[in-house]
Design a protein around this ligand. Structure first.
Ligand code: SAH
Length: 183
């Protein structure tokens, strides 16, 4: 619940500010829209259903307390990365695949280290989920739905960025990994 509240508070001002930015190139397909819906189901609706109703208890499992603490440990870098990536992307952020009017390529801040820090943050969140929600459905639904969205989206997003920023994005790709910094 705390993760959901904090991430919504982080995202809200960006969503509000960017709502009026004109979109120059919309790459949102109906598959992407369906996967975004699946992600809200897997990361929000099913966890909320689990927290507020007994309907999913038949799929419960138990974990030692140290494993549940792992969930909290994973959530801390997740929230920090979520905050940093929104701050660094600024006006260029959007929930789906689109290029905005006056879109700039961000390669500084957290984007200096990885190309998709927001996705790193979300991966950490969904890996924390089965430690925090000890239920096969509500715990694993985040990994499954976000995993599908990530593997469907990441190539299309990079193709879109290559089309928009050409050589600049190509160089940026050579300097960075997708999710984990180069050593
Ligand atoms: N994949 C990134 C951003 C997610 S938000 C991350 O995980 O941090 C998705 C939008 O961000 C895309 O529609 C794209 O327009 C924009 N975007 C992705 N990488 C960017 C970058 N390096 N600079 C500017 N905009 C970027």
């Amino acid at each position: 619940m705390a993760i959901m509240v904090v991430t919504s508070v982080i995202r809200w001002p960006h969503q509000k500010r960017n709502k009026n930015n004109q979109i120059a190139n919309d790459q949102k397909s109906s598959l992407e829209k369906s996967l975004l819906f699946a992600v809200s189901l897997g990361m929000m609706l099913l966890p909320l259903l689990y927290i507020f109703s007994p309907i999913l208890v038949f799929a419960d499992y138990s974990l030692p307390i140290w494993a549940q603490a792992m969930g909290i440990l994973l959530s801390i870098p997740s929230l920090w990365l979520f905050y940093r990536s929104h701050k660094d992307l600024g006006q260029n952020w959007s929930v789906s695949l689109e290029v905005r009017e006056g879109h700039t390529l961000v390669t500084a801040g957290i984007y200096k280290y990885v190309r998709h820090p927001m996705y790193t943050a979300i991966w950490l969140w969904v890996f924390a989920q089965p430690f925090l929600l000890t239920n096969f459905i509500a715990g694993l639904s985040g990994i499954i739905t976000f995993g599908l969205l990530y593997f469907f989206r990441v190539n299309s997003e990079e193709q879109m960025m290559l089309k928009q920023f050409g050589e600049q994005y190509k160089n940026y790709m050579q300097q960075t990994n997708r999710l984990i910094p180069k050593i």
